[in-house]
Design a protein around this ligand. Structure first.
Ligand SMILES: Cc1cc2nc3c(=O)[nH]c(=O)nc-3n(C[C@H](O)[C@H](O)[C@H](O)COP(=O)(O)OP(=O)(O)OC[C@H]3O[C@@H](n4cnc5c(N)ncnc54)[C@H](O)[C@@H]3O)c2cc1C
Length: 397
């Protein structure tokens, strides 16, 4: 089969679907290729939209930090991400209400965007001193996180353990259903004329005179003006097909999901042991580990045990509920934990949209919009300089 497109997007996770949607909205002819692999991050994700929480080291950051600190291998507090990341993530997060409405209108799919806020629960002196240091830094973005004392926390979240001394509340850090987000973006892109090829692996990138001119698949080649690398944890492998060395590696995260429960939590919760979110259908998700396990996808008794203990410590009522399933996914990790976006020197017809690590769901809308602008030859509406692959040096060969 021989086909052609203006833009071929490789990878049908949240990022590739967002790129396809915003590119199709610009009137370009888009083909989205996806060869679903075990461990794809979007299907594993919790769907937390925590631009501020993630930036200051909550979510998985504080869990990893606790383990490293206990092993004497970490400074006093989790590392914070730089201001340009916070600005990008906040802008992307702010797109959700409008995007959710737009996608529902176009596809009838409800992405379950929900205003929840994020609470960092304080159980011991370590949590309190971290919370104090967070407040001492001043507002990240617009607002100072509010400090809830034990009684205020108990009123706001009756299911949380009374052993919690209080909490920090991050307004604006919310949640979405990540599978539905990807499904809705893809469906909306197709409505706008994009072609979606499932079970279609990009096996080659044809480069002629320093420009990608076609993408090879087992079913034939697709000629194009631009290819977008949205291959998640497999982005380095795809880049290599065009002679690029991208420092993207798989970072495994395990999650436990309960049976559907009556409404238990209003906010998303972050502790030094785990994070908890109750999704639209009632399932409580408890995440997550941060592991260097290569492309190994599986769950381990130790990790599931640690997550379960942490969850029950935070929300004692979870002790008696059934676990419905546990799974893991591969985050597209980068050395500085920031995404890799945009063009690379010396290779035309190619754009990165990869390396989103822990925040590819919250950062999907703005990534999609900005990469679509670049594909259309329009100046990006958000400066992507700090996210270029060239920051690592020697990104192309
Ligand atoms: C346990 C866990 C919890 C998380 N929680 C959150 C959260 O709460 N909030 C948040 O913002 N982020 C979260 N993340 C991170 C987020 O899930 C990822 O950053 C995001 O999903 C990355 O999306 P992606 O589209 O780049 O990758 P993926 O979803 O992995 O999609 C990449 C796709 O490309 C396909 N592919 C690869 N190579 C090829 C090829 N050659 N040809 C065709 N197809 C190919 C793959 O099969 C896959 O389908 C979490 C991740 C994990 C693992």
């Amino acid at each position: 089969v021989s086909r052609s497109a203006d833009v071929v997007v490789v990878g049908g996770g949240a990022i590739g679907c967002a790129v396809a949607y915003y590119t199709a909205r610009r009137g370009l002819r888009v083909t989205l290729l996806d060869q679903a692999r075990r461990g794809r991050a979007t299907s594993a994700s919790a769907g937390g939209l925590w631009p501020v929480g993630e930036s200051v080291g909550l979510g998985c950051g504080v869990i990893v930090h606790k383990a490293r600190h206990a092993a004497g291998r970490a400074p006093d507090a989790p590392t914070a991400l730089p201001p340009h990341f916070v600005a990008f993530a906040r802008r992307s997060n702010a797109m959700f209400p409008g995007l959710a409405a737009e996608l529902f209108e176009a596809t009838g799919i409800d992405v379950e965007w929900e205003r929840t806020s994020l609470l960092f629960l304080l159980f011991d002196d370590g949590d309190e001193s971290f919370a104090r240091s967070l407040r001492a830094r001043g507002p990240v973005g617009a607002e100072m996180p509010a400090w809830l004392d034990a009684d205020e926390l108990a009123r706001a979240e009756p299911a949380v353990s009374r052993r919690a001394r209080g909490a920090l509340r991050f307004e604006g850090d919310d949640q979405v259903n990540p599978y539905r987000l990807a499904d809705a973006l893809r469906a909306a892109a197709c409505k706008l004329g994009a072609t979606f090829l499932s079970r279609a692996e990009a096996t080659g990138l044809e480069v002629r005179d320093g420009r990608v001119v076609a993408v090879a698949t087992p079913a034939g080649r697709i000629t194009c003006d631009m290819v977008v690398n949205a291959a998640g944890a497999w982005a380095a492998k795809l880049g290599r097909l065009a002679g690029l060395e991208l420092p993207v590696r798989p970072v495994r995260g395990q999650i436990v999901g309960t049976e559907p429960l009556p409404k238990l939590l209003s906010a998303c919760l972050s502790t030094a042991d785990c994070y908890l979110l109750q999704k639209g259908h009632g399932e409580v998700l408890v995440g997550s580990t941060t592991e260097e396990a290569g492309f190994e996808v599986g769950v381990t008794p130790q990790a599931l045990h640690a997550l379960a203990v942490g969850a029950v410590r935070a929300v004692p009522g979870l002790e008696s509920v059934q676990v419905k399933r546990a799974w893991s996914g591969l985050r597209p990790g980068t050395p500085d934990e920031l995404p890799i976006l945009g063009p690379v020197a010396g290779l035309d017809g190619y754009l990165n949209a990869c390396g989103h690590f822990r925040t590819g769901i919250v950062n999907a809308p703005l990534t999609g919009a900005v990469v679509a602008e670049l594909a259309a030859g329009v100046a990006p509406s958000f400066p992507i300089g700090p996210f270029l692959a060239s920051r690592f040096g020697g990104a192309s060969s």
